[in-house]
Each structure stands twice: as structure tokens, then as C-alpha cells.
Design a protein. Structure first.
Length: 219
């Protein structure tokens, strides 16, 4: 009996997952349609990180613009800047004497996948095992959490949770790495199709700041 009970629990869990897959795909398709029609987004974000005995919380403003451009302005607890112009990404902390640059194609950074959100969203094709995570507590009633593993990050990511509001906006993104590290982004004050100048996504090093090549841009 002791062996049968865990097996039945696993069977029920697996059956529930299978049942949620068609519903998850429908939600993913609605999210795709919404974001594929957008040209720009501006939103506030709160980023929390936990792993390796360290925890931190940061916040700021994120801008996205087709094709594949983004700008993260961290404001709290200290200023930082992460910019992607479609080909390269740049990371700079005001006051430091070096800024880092990495080719987007070679960049291993949790922020990178978000640059493909506008115009190229295909959640059901990009995520393995996409299903509704109905045991995860949502930020607000009525929201739905999708779970799966990004195909291009399967070697390092155990699971990604995507919380979707009734408006089909993504309001939370949780990335659980295989090493136990968890990075969470919460988005608010979302403004769609706002006027954003191209210069916002270009990085020019301040005077006397050296630009160095790197593969990782995380602080």
C-alpha cells in the first residue's frame, strides 16, 4: 500500500498535466497574438534573485522595441544599465571605468529571451512540456500560470513560469535553473505601443570608460 499511494499521486499529477496541455496551448496562442501585434512596450519591473546563499531585489524600467531591442534601467538599490540593440548587448554601472559588450548570439543571460517577445512570440513552439501550473499561487485572481522548459535553455533551466493576466499580458516570469538558482521578474504599469526613439537602444560609453568584450553581462 505504501508503494501504491505515491504511484497513484504521480499518476494523478501526470494526468492533470496532460489535461492542461490543450488549455495551455490556447492561452499561449492568445499571448502570441497579442505580443506579435505590438511594436513597443514600456513597463516597470522588480527583479528578485536567490541562489548560492545570496538574495537580492532590484527594480527599474524596461523598454522593448521591434526588432529584438531592449533597455533595462535599474534604479534601485543602485543604478545599472543593460541595453540590447539587436546585435550586441551592453552592461554598464555608472561610476565604473569599464562597460561590457557581448554578441547577442553568444550571450547567456536570463534577460535575453525577452527581446524576442515582440513580433516573434511562439510560446508553444519554444517551450517543451507547456502546461498550466495550477498549483502555483498567482499575483492576482484570474491570472493563469504557464510552465515549461525553453528548448534553447534546456541544459541550464529546470522550469520557467509565465504568469498571464486576463488581458493576455505577461505580468510575471520565474526562471528556475537546474542549480537551484531562481530569478523572478514582476512587471507593472505596462504601456503598449508607446513612442520610443531608436536612440534609446544604443549605448555610447561615457568619456574615459573602456568597452571590453565579454560572454556574460550579469552583475
Amino acid at each position: 500500500m505504501r508503494r501504491i499511494v505515491p504511484f497513484l499521486a504521480l499518476l494523478a499529477s501526470t494526468f492533470g498535466w496532460a489535461q492542461s496541455e490543450p488549455a495551455a496551448e490556447k492561452i499561449a496562442q492568445r499571448v502570441d497574438r497579442k505580443y506579435n501585434q505590438l511594436q513597443t512596450i514600456r513597463m516597470e519591473f522588480v527583479e528578485t534573485y536567490s541562489g548560492g546563499g545570496r538574495e537580492r531585489t532590484e527594480s527599474g524600467t524596461l523598454w522593448l522595441k521591434q526588432p529584438g531591442r531592449m533597455r533595462w534601467e535599474y534604479k534601485q538599490p543602485r543604478e545599472k544599465l543593460f541595453v540590447a540593440d539587436g546585435k550586441n548587448a551592453f552592461f554598464y554601472v555608472p561610476g565604473e571605468r569599464q562597460a561590457r559588450r557581448a554578441a547577442i548570439k553568444k550571450l547567456d543571460d536570463v534577460r535575453s529571451p525577452l527581446r524576442f517577445l515582440l513580433g516573434k512570440a511562439k510560446l508553444s513552439k519554444e517551450m517543451n512540456g507547456l502546461h498550466i501550473a495550477d498549483t502555483v499561487t498567482t499575483l492576482r485572481p484570474g491570472n493563469v500560470v504557464l510552465a515549461g522548459v525553453p528548448k534553447h535553455m534546456a541544459d541550464r533551466v529546470q522550469q520557467v513560469l509565465i504568469e498571464v493576466a486576463p488581458s493576455n499580458q505577461i505580468v510575471r516570469l520565474v526562471i528556475e535553473d537546474v542549480d537551484g538558482t531562481v530569478t523572478e521578474f514582476r512587471f507593472s504599469d505596462i504601456a503598449e505601443n508607446v513612442m520610443l526613439k531608436d536612440g534609446l537602444f544604443k549605448f555610447v560609453p561615457p568619456k574615459n570608460v573602456e568597452l571590453v568584450e565579454a560572454q556574460e553581462l550579469a552583475d
